[in-house]
Design a binder for this molecule. Sequence first.
Ligand code: ARG
Length: 393
Amino acid sequence: MSFCPQTAGSPQGPTPLAAAAVYQRLKPARRLSLTDKAGAFLDLLEIEPGGPPVTQTRREEVRREIERHGFYEHSPEELLWGCRFAWRHSVRCIGRFFWKQLEVRDARGLRSLEDAASQCVAHVDAATNAGAVRPLVTVFAPARPRSKNTLRIWNYQLLRYAGYRAADGAVLGDPAEAAFTEKCLALGWKPPAEKGRFDVLPLLLSGLRQKARLFEIPRGCVLEVPLVHPEWDWFKELGLRWYAVPIVSNMLLEIGGIQYPAAPFNGWYMGTEIGARNLADISRYDMLPEIAQRLGIFSNRESSLWRDRALVELNRAVLHSYQTAGVRMADHHTVAQAHVRFEEDERSAGRPVTGRWDWLVPPISGAATAVWARSYDPTEYSPNFRYQPSAYC
Ligand code: ARG
């Protein structure tokens, strides 16, 4: 196992040189052994200012565990910091300034799907925190060599609205969830007697020696915000709403070569995710034409910019509604400015400033935000949250 001697014991943290050397070994798709991946992760932990101590005894213990079992287990501290690094390295996320606030719920020891479902519900509850949204990750058991029993969460997010596809192809609800909704219905899900545009989907879990099972999320746990506009009273008649917390549940968390296929995580919403995408995209709720009609600006002339004007009003409504409902949410200008501060932190620590420009630039007013005129290294260093094959397609 490799070790960076120049990093040891400095209270101010590492020299930029040390960070650069460690990051070289954290690049993705390098054919490293598990021992080397674990070693690089422990080096990263060691140079982390304020991180937990990494002893020589621990390094040897990890090496022995891997030799014997082809596997090693993270200590609670390693897991916590591993998760934080995974967020810090998430190139698509504009909210990373707050990466050190991430807290971990350790659910690695669970034995049944029922327990896993109640942990998911407990995550929704703890993350929602009555509107004072907390960044959280719940880590379930890692994938072990030769085991097919790892828990998988089939949902894209723990909370999501059903999309019911009719025979003519039209979708009631969220079209992005049409395939998943069909899967749930085929497995016996009973939707509400009167189907609506905002029906919360059940959890679909498999693994732990059981076949796929559905679990309802108790209604009382799901905080939602009905959308109203700060000026236009008619806006509430559109009947729009959205849930408080986005909890992505289909990505694989990788730390030091260990893979956690079930590790739902959340931050809080940035308004444009809802106002400029979920409710606005033509392939989603497609609300702009109706909003423009109500505003009296709908036109068949694109150059009237009716879409752009409707977008701004929808985004004002989203931010205003979450604010007045006391649910934590950020606007895209403030978040972009915080990301620039995050970039400065990374640069001064000697770490690469990573990002995917096409993901970081907000979907409205891109050039008016602080991230527009910048460029980023798109490398997805380890630890990270990665895509994995869907559990059901
Ligand atoms: N964009 C996704 C959505 O609208 C959520 C992705 C994660 N977002 C976040 N703020 N952590 O539901």
